[in-house]
Write a protein that binds this ligand. Sequence first.
Ligand SMILES: Cc1cc2nc3c(=O)[nH]c(=O)nc-3n(C[C@H](O)[C@H](O)[C@H](O)COP(=O)(O)O)c2cc1C
Length: 352
Amino acid sequence: METALTRLVGVRHPIVQTGMGWVAGPRLVSAAANAGALGVLASATMTLDQLRAAVREVRARTDAPFGVNLRADAADAGERVRIVVDEGVRVASFALAPSRELIAELKAAGVVVIPSVGARRHAEKVAAWGADAVIVQGGEGGGHTGEVATTVLLPQVVDAVDVPVVAAGGFFDGRGVVAALAYGAAGVAMGTRFLLTSDSPVPDAVKARYLAATVRDVTVTRAVDGLPHRMLRSELVGALEDAGRARALLRAVRHAAAFRRLSGLTWRQMARDGLALRHGKDLSWSQVLMAANTPMLLRSAMVEGRTDAGVMASGQVAGVIDDLPSCAELVERLMGEADGVLAVLEGFRAVR
Ligand SMILES: Cc1cc2nc3c(=O)[nH]c(=O)nc-3n(C[C@H](O)[C@H](O)[C@H](O)COP(=O)(O)O)c2cc1C
């Protein structure tokens, strides 16, 4: 299937495996890329050296194009962009809108820039600054998310910008691929569906929690880092929601200290990241500090397998997914289903 997305980044199928902290490492990304999708490495949870090594590992495992997901507001975003450029990565994806300068630097080096956005005005802004395409995530999507459903946000953004729009939030099968294309999208980006593959490095016990979840087990909470965050309902989420402010703050300080040790960031860099996160939002200082919780709590689940102590970011689709195909099987199935749906739609026209 050829769309503006496949032409832009040179992949076989209009499918993106999105950057997910601790999850989208070299193994998952190279498997997605070899399956003909655009695999995207999550770099926010990597040090600079780990990022460079991960990019090289993906390159060793596949000749196909792939991307790197960056936090535009990170203190060291400039250094990360230079690694992306030096290593010849095809696509830069961003969790928050990148600055005009970062977009210009990447484009000058021939890197395709595809920020993720959750609102029309953000899509308009990055498109005006030269982004090559946007991923638009509706409220169904996993991780930090907005309130507007994909079915409303997607056509709104498609109508607002001239660059290709990739739909995210709530997609898991071939019907969704065709539906997104019908709305005018150039492809579909999926997080949770790729987390639930045999190529994803998430421990089996954690995958089992996702597979067992119903749609009602997926919730949005601000208790982790002050921002609306979609994840599986768990004992920890309940405890955080019930904890008083003082206990939440204590917990935040402990996790922030642990993340600082792991990430190699200085307190000053972490404070800058916290301030950037706070910018334009109504967050208290304790919430800013709690933002440092997220990477550590995600790590407890995604790396250490602690379903009791970790955050399991998830889209609502966890409630309808019940298997763990390989990336190759998944992408083949998605495109086969999409073909079938297109044939059925074609039939509707014939009887008219
Ligand atoms: C476990 C997990 C971790 C995530 N981490 C990131 C991240 O580091 N950066 C980012 O831009 N988006 C992140 N997201 C959001 C996804 O990239 C994607 O936009 C979202 O999962 C799409 O919705 P879906 O889950 O319905 O497919 C994460 C999502 C999940 C489920």
